[in-house]
Design a protein around this ligand. Structure first.
Ligand code: ATP
Ligand code: MG
Length: 490
């Protein structure tokens, strides 16, 4: 009679295969392996799972409560450095016959009435070969399965023998790939909350790099809330093994200064140069060895090869641009997979500084000339004293889109226009106030609207966070105008 150990019944066991770190040798490899064990532990603990993580012969074994099996599958898929993993049943044996008997026992139901193949693998000293395992286990399983089919089996019975333990599994689940976070020194990613910068940060982390974030606030508190909800997804779901930080630098005065003295076609490129400059200061202060941005060649006029060259001139740290060759549609799809899409979607382009006709091929000399008109001390001072948020600890409440959006303003609600002052002056519903004149009252009820109803969701979410009854008007002005007898919106 075969007695399965109790643990196989009440616990779920996983075998985790390591990714590219297995290409490393000696110390570098041991370091990567230790970091992966640490990160897997962190992943379990921060998801509220209790489990045991151990490392043996190039594999990591993770044991959790049976009730947590599905959760564990989900979490292991988000730890970088794992190439694949499998739910396994462990059996101990002393002879090939005993191995066959035990494998048959655990696999009987799986193969019953179906074609199957035994896929053996073996490490250690034994008086039998892998082929022997396939043959003897296969014979035993024939009692249950319909037939052996090595080419196209309905069930694959993998038997990985390691010493006098064997791990039996039937499927390989894909891991997140890459390298364990911590094999590289930290870097600083510039994030605006948009789709691109979040995906760029993710790809950098995937190569084992602890990523911290810097955000230049151009849109005030709602913009901050929006960026926070995006990087919080990266911090909670993907950043196992370290505590990522968000550095916020208020750049609104810098924008004002640029608009005041720089000639309009250069606003954009000068702002970007100042962001890089400030980011470099923050990076040097925190020991980050490179900057990361979400740029890809030609996506917008400020991301042409020339614009990138001129923007980067003068920055001494390397600037990594993991998305350099990506199309926007692919970036959007990735952000869905990563989990940032629904938060990035709410971030409006903060266009406070988009010139009507940006310079198309900026020359470095001209740009430097424009830059000389500025007081760079202000930038350096701001960069020297950013606000710091340890992301794993910060609480960011989430609001479901359905709960935020309304089709029409509820009774007693005040309409608040969040578009530019010019747009507001051109047309707004009677009684609507402009966001700059908005002073929320404790029991007030507010409905925010913008052109189409996208960015107003973010503002509504922000004021909800702050404790107000706030909504976003679906469809924005496009919907309001016909209602009030104005022209059809754009
Ligand atoms: P994203 O989707 O990341 O917002 P984008 O396509 O809108 O990028 P740009 O606005 O040109 O492109 O910004 C290019 C990159 O510069 C961004 O990916 C980001 O790394 C950085 N960046 C832009 N705005 C900010 C900001 N306010 N704070 C920090 N970094 C920024
Ligand atoms: Mg952007």
């Amino acid at each position: 009679m075969v007695v399965l150990c109790f643990c196989a019944v009440s616990k779920a066991l996983f075998m985790v295969r390591l990714g590219e770190q297995t290409l490393r040798r000696g110390y570098a490899r041991r370091l990567a392996e230790n970091l992966l064990v640490r990160n897997v532990r962190d992943a379990l603990i921060s998801t509220g799972l209790r489990g045991r993580v151990s490392y043996k012969f190039t594999r990591i074994y993770v044991e959790v409560e049976e009730a947590d099996r599905e959760k564990a599958v989900e979490v292991l898929g988000r730890v970088f450095g794992i190439s694949s993993f499998s739910p396994v049943v462990k059996v101990r044996f002393q002879s090939l016959e005993e191995l066959a008997e035990k494998v048959a026992e655990v696999s009987a139901e799986r193969v019953r009435g179906r074609s199957f193949a035994v896929r053996p693998r073996r490490a250690g000293y034994h008086n039998f070969t892998s082929l022997d395992i396939a043959r003897v286990v296969g014979e035993r399983l024939l009692k249950y399965g319909s037939r052996v089919d090595l080419k196209n089996p309905e069930v694959e019975v993998n038997v990985e023998v390691r010493g006098w333990d064997a791990y039996v599994f039937y499927e390989k689940l894909p891991g997140a790939g890459g390298l364990p976070i911590g094999v590289e020194p930290p870097v600083l990613a510039l994030v605006s909350g948009g789709f691109d910068s979040a995906v760029a940060a993710w790809y950098t982390m995937r190569r084992g790099v602890p990523v911290h974030y810097v955000f230049f606030n151009l849109g005030g508190e709602p913009h901050f809330y929006g960026v926070l909800s995006v990087v919080k997804v990266l911090a909670d779901r993907w950043s196992y093994g370290y505590n990522p930080k968000l550095y916020e630098v208020d750049f609104r005065d810098v924008v004002k200064m640029i608009r005041g003295v720089v000639s309009e076609p250069y606003w954009n490129i000068v702002l970007k140069r100042l962001m890089y400059r400030a980011a470099e200061r923050v990076a040097l202060k925190i020991g980050a060895e490179a900057l990361v941005t979400g740029e890809s060649i030609g996506q917008v006029s400020s991301q042409t090869v020339t614009a990138l060259r001129v923007a980067s001139a003068g920055v001494r740290l390397p600037i990594f641009r993991p998305l350099i060759g990506f199309d926007k549609v692919d970036i959007m799809k990735l952000s869905m997979k990563i989990g940032t899409y629904r938060y990035s979607e709410m971030i409006p382009e903060y266009c406070a500084i988009v010139p009507r006709a940006p310079v198309s091929r900026p020359s470095l000399e001209e740009v430097l000339e424009e830059e000389r008109k500025l007081d760079l001390k202000l930038v350096d001072e701001l960069a020297g004293d950013p606000a710091v948020y340890p992301l794993r600890e910060v609480e960011v409440p989430r609001f479901e889109r359905e709960a935020l959006e309304v089709e029409e303003a509820p009774d007693g609600a005040v309409l608040v226009d969040i578009r530019s002052r010019e747009d507001y002056d051109e047309w707004h519903p009677p009684n609507a106030i402009h966001i700059e004149d908005f002073r929320p009252r404790p029991n007030g009820k507010y409905v925010f609207y913008c052109t189409r109803g996208r960015s107003s969701k973010l503002v509504a979410a922000y004021y909800r966070w702050r404790g107000y009854e706030a909504y976003s008007l679906r469809g924005g002005v496009t919907k309001l105008k016909p209602f009030y007898g104005g022209e059809e919106g754009d």
